[in-house]
Write a protein that binds this ligand. Structure first.
Ligand code: GLN
Length: 474
């Protein structure tokens, strides 16, 4: 029947009007998974029986009359804990790890009656931009199977783009929701830092991580975000009063003042991305928006400070995977404790994870800490301040392309970490400053491949940014 082609809103209406059941909707998604997953590799775990059972309950109790997500099949990135289900983080280290509890976002989704159809593939421990570093093999882009879907939430993006589910959760530390959304022609939203609880998300870099939704439209992403958001006593960074939904009157495009940071249009942008983005600006101007060139000179340093702070936090967070408390263990084959740690960790972490641990440990060592880690933190503070200064000039939002290029070929950057890191250049600033940012697909494509653009908002103005995105969406 192809119910999996529907957007969440349409599916919700169809359920409420009795046009079809949640079981039928879930079955159509499962059929797509059955048909394509072997090739696309979007899911690591498929929860077939569980999701059909839950759909039956939603149908029987007509839960969709109470909640917009009830009966809607969603994919969950495999670094978010779902009680009793494998949670691998795409790593051999956690190949057999079963989650002992639900993440707060999962609790919220379950309460809303959402159907959690499976756990999606990702770069190992969410470190990457292509979803090629997973122990379970690379994910492929449904728009072109010879290309990457982006990363690290590439499984989530590929699953939604291939209609294996209607929406999905990813985590965004430096762009891992927005970049794959952009490569797969979807909408991906990274909320303000603190809007969504991180309890039960496997930490990569705790001061940057946020869970965010991917979907086919801004409205779909908003449905999911509204369920995820809110204060949680288990994550002290969510203790902010602004995370209740605000309903303000919508502006119109002609009332908008939009900033374009000139630093985002420099070298490295592919000609097609650049011209597509310029066309977007023209279009907004024609509709009456006021476009203002702005300067954020510190953006030039964003990638450098990200790749100091991020690995530093990763090296500390991943220390817990020692083969004793968690993970792959080489106990039997080890001579002593040190040998045990060395064997367990070196045999089960992949190359990129090791690279980040080495980088992070180095930048935190005494003697280097002042030169690298602490200096990066100072520039981070200045970067935040420069965003504040821009938003004080009554600018509604900032816009830029999401990524410098469209989806690159599988293997193209795998052995060139610097080239890979450069693909994050436009997404990391929002994480460093804790700002809400959303990636939207553009009408213009590059040889059939999607291109994304990004709207960045002021801190905690998530509702406003979603409103604006809805206004400006193609
Ligand atoms: N690509 C970025 C990195 O590898 C972002 C990762 C993420 O957002 N989880 O660090």
């Amino acid at each position: 029947m192809g119910l999996n082609n529907l957007q969440i809103k349409e599916a919700h209406q169809g359920l409420c009007q009795g046009k079809f059941s949640s079981q039928e909707l879930v079955q159509d998604c499962l059929n797509a998974i059955e048909k394509d997953n072997q090739q696309i590799n979007a899911f690591i775990t498929i929860l077939k029986e569980e999701s059909l059972k839950e759909a039956r309950r939603v149908d029987q109790e007509k839960l969709f009359l109470k909640s917009s997500l009830a009966g809607i099949p969603l994919g969950i990135k495999d670094n978010i804990l779902l009680d009793g289900v494998l949670c691998t983080a795409g790593s051999k280290m956690l190949e057999n790890y079963q989650a002992p509890y639900d993440a707060t976002v999962i609790k919220n989704l379950k309460k809303a009656g959402a159907i959690l159809i499976g756990k999606t593939n990702l770069d190992e421990f969410a470190l990457g931009s292509s979803s090629e570093t997973s122990y379970f093999g690379p994910v492929k882009n449904p728009h072109d199977l010879s290309r990457v879907p982006g990363g690290s939430s590439g499984g989530s993006a590929a699953a939604v783009a291939d209609k294996m589910c209607l929406g999905a959760l990813g985590s965004d530390t430096g762009g891992s929701v927005r970049q794959p959304a952009s490569f797969c022609g979807l909408v991906g939203f990274k909320p303000s830092y603190g809007m969504v609880s991180r309890y039960g998300l496997m930490a990569a870099a705790s001061s940057l991580d946020q869970i965010g939704p991917l979907g086919k439209s801004v409205e779909d992403v908003r449905f999911i975000f509204d369920i995820l958001r809110g204060s949680d006593s288990r994550d002290s960074t969510t203790q902010i009063k602004e995370n209740a939904r605000i309903n303000k009157k919508n502006k119109e495009i002609k009332d908008l003042k939009i900033g374009v940071p000139q630093e985002c249009l420099g070298e490295g942008l592919s000609p097609s991305v650049k011209s597509a983005f310029e066309k977007k600006i023209d279009d907004l101007e024609k509709k009456g928006a006021q476009i203002k060139k702005v300067n954020l000179p510190l953006l030039r340093h964003a990638l450098a400070i990200y790749y100091l702070i991020m690995p530093a936090e990763v090296s500390s967070n991943l220390a817990r995977y020692d083969g004793i408390r968690y993970g792959f263990s080489e106990f039997v084959k080890s001579k002593n404790l040190l040998d045990f740690y060395l064997k367990s960790r070196s045999q089960s972490f992949g190359e990129e994870v090791k690279r980040r641990i080495i980088l992070g440990t180095y930048s935190l060592t005494s003697g280097h800490k002042e030169d690298y880690y602490l200096r990066a933190q100072k520039i981070r503070t200045l970067l935040k301040k420069s965003f504040d200064d821009i938003f004080r000039q009554k600018i509604d939002c900032l816009i830029s392309p999401t990524t410098p290029t469209s989806a690159f070929a599988l293997g193209e950057k795998k052995d060139d970490p610097l080239a890979m890191y450069l693909s994050d250049i436009l997404t990391v600033p929002a994480n460093l400053a804790g700002l809400p940012a959303i990636s939207l697909p553009m009408m213009t494509k590059e040889k059939g491949l999607p291109i994304g653009w990004q709207i960045i908002g002021n801190y905690l103005k998530d509702d406003q940014i979603l409103d604006l995105a809805q206004l400006m969406e193609d």
